[in-house]
Design a protein. Structure first.
Length: 319
């Protein structure tokens, strides 16, 4: 196990001290903190202060935090945002993450925010929202670079660099035919290790393709099994609709583990990592604990009876 980072602990202590005086000043301290750590700090902050700290952050910082927040925390953080502020956050997010945020937003605010986005972005998000949230289409991203046979590696690298701020990171590049069907795949490693004059068809490998309505857990397990950087999501005609990254697949598998743990401890998965009062959590788990206690007592009684009979039978045999 990795030892706690003293500098991170000191930073959190400073955050708590400043937070007691000014949530707005505390927000400044989150700017240089990794979003995953910021999420943990905010989760352990009182509701009112959490809302004020998040509201004082820039849209860029807010977007980074939302990318690492779970559904419950996301819903709470964006609740105070009006359509204008929500739009600013959505513009900073990858398409799949933006769609997830819209799902957690108030319907009226979400619709107003969509109207404020560019027509192309709004249409892309509406398409994502139309898919089953549990399907491959529900987690795919639509911001990515593609190429075609006849292009050279140098041309592809230029396209990736040009769109670096807007595309899904670490998904490589898919090679498409004239019907936009994936016929090849270029990993980031392939782009870095081949000369800029190499034709893409000499470098590309076979792409992994999944249907848009395929179960997302199955896709995540496939990616984990083969160590895939990304997979292509296609429609019924085989045309490319989106891509799923290894990071998104890992998040799905993590959610699956959380759900299994929730079943074991007798709570809903949406109640994990929440700050519910102790009495509420106890009341939620009392039925399961009661069943466990009764079952244990019954097992003990059965065992005692069995051992008792065994002793009596054994005593008669010795004589």
């Amino acid at each position: 196990m990795t030892a706690p980072d003293p500098s991170l602990e000191a930073a959190e202590t400073a955050f708590r001290e400043v937070l007691a005086e000014s949530p707005a000043r505390a927000a400044v301290l989150l700017v240089d903190i990794h979003p995953a750590d910021a999420v943990e700090w905010l989760r352990d902050t009182e509701d009112r202060d959490r809302s004020m700290v998040f509201g004082a952050l820039s849209p860029t910082c807010q977007a980074s935090i939302l990318e690492h927040a779970d559904e419950a925390l996301t819903q709470e953080l964006i609740a105070p945002l009006d359509a204008r502020l929500l739009t600013q956050v959505l513009e900073e997010l990858p398409s799949d993450e933006a769609a997830d945020v819209l799902i957690e937003a108030d319907d009226r605010v979400a619709n107003d925010a969509l109207e404020r986005l560019s027509p192309a972005t709004a249409e892309s998000l509406r398409t994502l929202l139309s898919f089953d949230p549990e399907s491959a289409g529900g987690i795919m991203a639509t911001d990515f670079v593609v190429t075609q046979p006849g292009e050279r590696i140098g041309d592809v690298v230029k396209s990736v660099r040009k769109g670096a701020e807007d595309i899904e990171p670490d998904v490589g590049v898919f090679v498409l035919d004239q019907q936009r069907r994936p016929i090849g795949y270029l990993s980031d490693r392939a782009l870095l290790t081949h000369t800029i004059h190499s034709p893409v068809e000499e470098v590309m490998c076979e792409p992994f393709v999944v249907a848009v309505d395929e179960d997302q857990e199955g896709v995540a397990q496939l990616m984990a099994k083969y160590g895939l950087q990304s997979v292509a999501v296609v429609d019924d005609a085989g045309a490319l609709l989106g891509v799923i990254s290894a990071e998104d697949a890992a998040a799905i598998l993590e959610e699956e583990v959380d759900e299994d743990i929730a079943l074991l401890i007798g709570v809903g998965s949406d109640q994990l990592q929440t700050r519910l009062p102790i009495l509420v959590r106890v009341r939620q788990r009392l039925p399961l604990m009661g069943i466990t206690v009764v079952a244990g007592l019954a097992s003990a009684q059965i065992l005692a009876i069995a051992l008792g009979h065994g002793s009596e039978d054994g005593g008669g045999g010795v004589q």
